[in-house]
Write a protein that binds this ligand. Structure first.
Ligand code: 1VU
Length: 276
């Protein structure tokens, strides 16, 4: 696996490793099997300077379900362990799902880049903030995001640990390759996810934040290059860790996937300059 976007932390983006691990697992199963779940642990930081080797173990091939175990390896050591399970398409009379939250459509909202440019156009914006925002703009990620409640940059306001944003992969993937859409959704699902746990604490800055594990369940067909609503919430934080849960909705209201993640969050108080 080669690298796309490298976060400022200079460790590999977790979503990229999960997505590529799922590509590797999916290549080892027949075409009539579709990923329905994956469970991963990030055991070491990924090194952006070298590629990742994905080693797949064929754990079991059953009549309906097939399980693969993938180790992502760098410098001879695992950085991620991932179990992925695949299933043949099977109909069922049991069918229910939660209802998608009612939010404005993506066409009525601005992308993160548009919001930053709008902010940068404010004449009274301090130079240090301009620098930070320009760095964010230069750091182009392969996915587009439209927050439902745009963040007020540099304003310390606590909010409940819930976040909603429209998200899609940049570029065209096209219909038909459901395996690839699942791998791209795995990439997308780790983006801006753990940050949900920090929303109630604007007085603290994350000194070290990294995902420890990530689980995902795929429910229906979807296209990761079309807008999906990512509904994220954090039911718990404590012990220098935060738990986040998410639902990826197709824009027609069908629940496409569910995700869970725990991350390590080591924070320190934000220091504000004295007014004296
Ligand atoms: C968007 C989110 C993402 O994509 S994050 C990317 C995907 N996730 C990852 O890369 C995580 C990979 N896993 C890991 O790096 C390790 O398993 C982690 C989570 C760090 C495990 O932590 P730990 O067992 O503490 O590792 P370590 O001993 O190698 O230490 C790493 C750095 O953390 C520090 N640390 C450790 N304990 C404490 C502590 N109690 N208080 C403060 N700091 C602590 C260590 O000193 C070390 O720091 P440094 O790297 O030497 O600067």
């Amino acid at each position: 696996g080669t690298h796309h976007w490298i976060p400022r932390s200079q460790r590999l983006f977790g979503g990229q490793i999960i997505g590529q691990a799922l590509v590797a697992a999916a290549k080892s199963v027949s075409d009539n099997l579709y990923a329905h779940s994956l469970h991963c642990y990030f055991v070491r930081a990924g090194d952006p300077k070298v590629p990742v080797l994905y080693q797949v173990d064929r754990i079991r091939d059953g009549r309906s379900f097939t399980v693969r175990s993938v180790r992502a390896i760098q410098h001879g050591q695992p950085i991620l362990i991932c179990q992925a399970s695949f299933q043949m398409l099977q109909p069922s009379p049991l069918q229910h799902q939660f209802t998608m939250p009612v939010v404005p459509p993506p066409e009525d909202l601005l992308t993160v880049e548009e919001l930053i440019r709008l902010y940068l156009s404010k004449p009274d914006l301090a130079e240090k903030y301009k620098l930070g925002l320009n760095k964010l703009l230069a750091n182009e990620v392969p996915i587009e995001i439209k927050p439902v409640n745009p963040p007020v940059f540099y304003k310390l306001t606590a909010s409940e640990p819930k976040n909603l944003f429209w998200v899609r992969a940049r570029g065209y993937i096209g219909e038909g390759n459901m395996k690839l859409h699942c791998c791209v959704a795995a990439y997308v699902s780790d983006f801006a996810f753990l940050g949900t746990a920090l929303l109630p604490y604007p007085g603290y800055r994350a000194q070290f934040a990294a995902s420890l594990d990530h689980a995902m369940w795929f429910h229906s067909t979807f296209r990761s290059d079309e807008w999906m609503l990512y509904e994220c919430e954090s039911p718990w934080a404590g012990g220098s860790r935060g738990l986040v849960q998410g639902r990826l909705w197709r824009r027609d209201g069908v629940l496409a996937a569910s995700c869970s993640q725990e991350g390590v969050l080591r924070v320190k108080p934000v220091t504000r300059p004295s007014k004296l």
